[in-house]
Design a protein around this ligand. Structure first.
Ligand code: PRP
Length: 179
């Protein structure tokens, strides 16, 4: 997989350090509470698994699926949500865990929907933020790294379902997806 990368943008050591910092921040902010951490599948699974182990207070797990890319490198703009969480989020402190906020459509769509379901509070924790591509007015309350407008893969992020298990975050060589 390394041969398909033009460069490594964020290596596993830097990710580990930043994820630990985010976990500490969340634990401090939610002291005395049991927040519900919702993993937005599939891209966030790796980040989620590492993040929850860095939060030294009780948390509850939930999962939902959102998909907007298909096999393209840019978002299709249509967000598809598969979730049965409606009766589990009322009255809860909810944290949405995302691998990346790009156009912001996914997170804006989920947030707008959840805000009508009686959550006590709603925050977003995103490992990566690509502000250059934003088309909505959303931002992550907890953000790991702000990154340039490059197509990144690894640590959960895919191209056509591949590279999710690459342990660093890399920029793919254009020839890999222009074939
Ligand atoms: C990716 C990523 C975010 C979303 C961000 O998911 O995991 O959920 O796109 O893009 P946006 O800010 O432009 O909405 P994707 O649709 O590729 O599904 P996946 O997580 O299963 O890879």
């Amino acid at each position: 997989m390394r041969n398909d990368m033009k460069t490594i943008l964020i290596d596993r050591e830097a990710i580990k350090k930043r994820v630990s910092e985010l976990g500490k921040e969340i634990a401090r902010d939610y002291q005395g509470e049991t927040p519900l951490l919702i993993c937005i599948l599939k891209g966030s699974i790796v980040f989620y698994a590492d993040l929850v182990r860095e939060i030294d207070i009780p948390v509850h797990f939930e999962f939902m699926t959102a998909s907007s890319y298909g096999s393209a490198t840019v978002s299709s703009g249509v967000v598809k949500i598969v979730s049965e969480l409606d009766n589990k989020i009322a009255g809860r402190h909810v944290i949405l865990v995302e691998d990346i906020v790009d156009s912001g459509r996914t997170i804006a769509y989920i947030k707008n929907d959840m805000l009508t379901k009686g959550v006590k509070s709603l925050k977003v924790c995103a490992l990566l933020d690509k502000p250059d591509r934003r088309v909505t007015d959303v931002k992550a309350d907890y953000c790991g790294f702000v990154i340039p407008d490059e197509f990144v893969v690894g640590y959960g992020l895919d191209y056509d379902q591949k590279y999710r298990n690459f342990p660093d975050i890399g920029i793919l060589k254009p020839e890999v997806y222009q074939k």
